[in-house]
Design a protein around this ligand. Structure first.
Ligand code: KIV
Length: 272
């Protein structure tokens, strides 16, 4: 019997495409640090997104707008160091690609060079077409993001469901086709009606990953802190919680404090 570990095959954008073709759903979660990324990767997640939601869940900001490119590269490099199998996608943060395509390309190249990630994600449709195309010509895979795009929160005014109206639904369908035509390898659809999301997934050949977009798409993504029950106050209808880490961590820390105060920790076996 060989003692060698079996070789781990990395998930690629091509494999995600093949998964869509054979109807195999794609699993995606966010991560922002080495330790959690290692757990997610070990559990077999297909895609890890270093989302700009780090601005909320890691830094405590109200929106995703304040996070910087340097911050994202720091989170991304920590995640990349942990990951052996998953495809790692990094959000280009607000202000680093919207203004012009040269700036967008510079941002994408910094992310790829300095973090070692495998792809970038950008929010928007026709408005960012030039930037998406420019990045793709440099050989950097791009994932699109349509529907509720948190970087535009001050334009929308609220985090409610997008594209309920016909005009916005039509623009979203058009934008999805544009992103596909440009060469994006995948699109995230956030918080839109399930029927519309299903229509998008059928009308484009690239994988469509949903968050609050129903089950008719090619895969699902959630923010890790939300699905693990760390961000308890955040309770949108689309969120399924798979653990109650808030309770588990609070209980463990309270226990630790009690043991220190009572003199129970450390005991003789725990000293040198
Ligand atoms: O930043 C993020 O976590 C995201 C997901 C919600 C898709 O963009």
């Amino acid at each position: 019997m060989s003692s060698q570990q079996p070789e781990i095959r990395r998930v690629t954008t091509h494999q995600l495409q093949a998964m869509k073709q054979r109807g195999e759903k794609i699993s995606m979660l966010t991560a922002y640090d080495y330790s959690m990324a290692r757990l997610l990767d070990g559990a077999g997640i297909d895609v890890i997104l270093v989302g700009d939601s780090a601005s909320n869940v890691m830094a405590g900001h109200e929106t995703t707008l304040p996070i910087t490119l340097d911050n994202m590269i720091y989170h991304a490099s920590s995640v990349v160091r942990a990951v052996k199998r998953a495809l790692v996608v990094i959000d280009i943060p607000f202000g680093y690609y919207q203004s012009n395509s040269s700036k967008a390309l510079r941002s994408a190249i910094r992310i790829m060079k300095e973090s070692g990630a495998h792809a970038v994600k950008m929010e928007g449709g026709i408005e960012i077409r030039d930037s998406v195309e420019r990045i793709l010509t440099a050989g950097v895979p791009v994932m699109g993001h349509l529907g509720l795009t948190p970087q535009s929160i001050y334009k929308f005014g609220t985090y409610t469901v997008r594209a309920r109206e016909e005009k916005e639904a039509k623009k979203l369908l058009d934008d999805a086709r544009i992103l596909e035509e440009c060469g994006c390898f995948s699109i995230v659809l956030e918080k839109i009606p399930a029927d519309l999301a299903g229509q998008v997934a059928e009308s484009v050949s690239i994988p469509v990953i949903g968050i609050g977009a129903g089950g008719g798409v090619d895969g699902q993504v959630l923010v890790m802190q939300d699905m693990l029950g760390i961000t308890k106050e955040f309770k949108p209808r689309f969120l399924r919680r798979y653990a109650d880490l808030d309770q588990i961590v609070t209980d463990a820390v309270s226990h630790y404090i009690r043991d220190i105060k009572s003199g129970d920790f450390p005991n003789e076996k725990e000293e040198y």
